[in-house]
Design a protein around this ligand. Sequence first.
Ligand code: GDP
Ligand code: MG
Length: 163
Amino acid sequence: MKPTLVLVGRPNVGKSTLFNRLTRTRDALVADMPGLTRDRHYGHGKLGDRPYLVVDTGGFEPLAKDGILHEMARQTEQAVAEADAIVFMVDGRAGITPQDKEIAKKLRRNPRPVVVAVNKAEGMERGVAAAEFHTLGLGEPLAISAAHGDGVRALLEQALAHF
Ligand code: GDP
Ligand code: MG
């Protein structure tokens, strides 16, 4: 059975950009405006000859009655429930935000493997980009650039290591 990798993270960290790279499609909507992806997107990818399914999350309705934090939490929970492994994306340029901490709290309580992907790290020293994200309590963060492809293979290898 194909393992399912789920991409979670607050809006605008680069989930859809990574989804497109992992699936080599333009299915996910990428934009400068946070929150444009309306719903979950599913795509197929391969690492060598190993197939996987990847899920992009982040359909944050800007006017959601209960607010973006609630919606983010709900979507994260839903996505995590169908995951074999979770890629938790954060923004290496922005640093840790309160939304990252909220998501991390949920992920620490889940039994599935989580890889922290510190995105937008192109041009940054990798160890420096990743360092502060250790405090999320989800293991060794990996610096990547979804836009340029740096570190994406290593990320996939780690996420698929259990399957
Ligand atoms: P999502 O809301 O998490 O799905 O984020 P998107 O994939 O829509 O990306 C949000 C913004 O970040 C867009 O302007 C992307 O071009 C930009 N972005 C995504 N990946 C990278 C990256 O690796 N480096 C940089 N510098 N920008 C990126
Ligand atoms: Mg998106």
